[in-house]
Design a protein. Structure first.
Length: 99
């Protein structure tokens, strides 16, 4: 499994627009078989910071997600809403609680 933590920092005044754009991905991603988790979080101390916790079955699933038209549209338009580039960190799931 592949875990991706993607962090976005909204430009001042763009927090609500960015939040809606990020939330807008979820209905489409829900139909991706290889995407096991796609959880959007907002920082408790910085209302402009958003973090996606994503888990994919394998690299092919991650690559599929990145190639979808709705994700490509997101990537092509999110730049005007965020400071810098999204911060992407990849991890391996090595132990967890599953319920």
């Amino acid at each position: 499994m592949i875990v991706l933590i993607a962090t976005f920092q909204a430009k001042p005044g763009k927090e609500n627009v960015l939040e809606e754009k990020l939330k807008g991905l979820i209905p489409n991603v829900q139909g991706e078989d290889g995407t096991l988790m796609y959880i959007l979080n907002r920082s408790a101390s910085n209302s402009g910071e958003f973090v996606y916790y994503e888990m994919y079955k394998d690299k092919a699933s991650l690559d599929f997600h990145g190639s979808t038209p709705y994700f490509q549209d997101f990537i092509n338009t999110v730049g005007e809403l965020i400071v810098g580039n999204p911060q992407l960190n990849f991890y391996e799931d090595i132990a967890s609680i599953k319920r």
